[in-house]
Ligand binder design. Structure first.
Ligand SMILES: Cc1cc2nc3c(=O)[nH]c(=O)nc-3n(C[C@H](O)[C@H](O)[C@H](O)COP(=O)(O)O)c2cc1C
Length: 213
């Protein structure tokens, strides 16, 4: 049976990112695969510590030497048939948790070789899901596709498969906007967007999950 691993880089276990990932998992399950959700913010781990163990000539390549909560996750990703990396956008970038995950997964499978672009053992179909307050117009205005495209390019090269991406704009952030200072947002407009557009993005997530396996 095929397996899809969904990795959430949001500290909110039931936020927008996790919700999209759960739809993708349902899609993969409907296609006959098993799924696993990894919530990075429940784990104790760091980003790459630049020890260069993974670049040594006297040990097998593709292994991160750090023995923390992420080590078994990296091993399971290597054995999986599909991967989705979901992250909220924090300060115009992937969340710190997702960046740390990517450093560990990507750098350990990259060696400084002219001839070998990656030591990842097999093509791994994969996708990025991004959730953010920004609207689609902001994403274009701030060049987010180019910025996030850098991670997508690395993923395609290192995981040996094309990268899918899903942008969920204008997310509904608070359960009750009246309790928080949020005057830069129009709550009614956000609520309408959540009601009308977010379900379509969940459907897109479902289809990506289904297609990946
Ligand atoms: C620390 C922090 C920084 C954020 N920075 C941005 C940002 O730069 N651009 C943006 O569009 N949204 C930003 N947001 C909003 C989140 O990306 C957005 O609410 C996201 O959908 C949250 O995902 P979640 O519901 O899965 O936690 C930020 C939120 C937090 C907590």
């Amino acid at each position: 049976m095929k397996k899809l691993i969904a990795v959430s880089g949001s500290p909110r276990r039931n936020g927008n990112t996790a919700e999209l990932l759960r739809h993708a998992m349902r899609g993969a399950e409907d296609a006959g695969a098993e799924t696993e959700l990894v919530q990075l913010y429940g784990l104790k781990f760091t980003g790459c510590l630049s020890c260069f163990y993974c670049k040594r000539k006297d040990v097998p390549h593709g292994v991160c030497a750090l023995k923390d909560d992420l080590a078994p996750v990296l091993q399971r990703v290597k054995e999986a048939d599909a991967l989705i990396m979901g992250a909220p956008i924090y300060f115009m970038n992937l969340s710190a948790g997702m960046l740390a995950f990517i450093e560990r997964l990507f750098f350990s499978n990259y060696i400084y070789s002219e001839k070998i672009p990656t030591v990842f053992p097999k093509p791994l179909p994969h996708a990025f899901f991004y959730t953010m307050n920004m609207t689609e117009a902001h994403v274009e205005q701030f060049g987010m596709r180019e910025k996030l495209g850098v991670y997508e390019g690395s993923a395609a090269r290192l995981l040996r498969a094309p990268t899918e991406s899903l942008y969920a704009y204008n997310t509904y952030q608070f359960s009750d906007y009246s309790k928080y200072e949020s005057s830069i947002f129009n709550e009614a407009e956000k609520a309408a967007y959540r009601k009308e557009v977010f379900p379509k993005q969940c459907e897109e997530a479902y289809n990506i999950g289904k297609a990946l396996v």
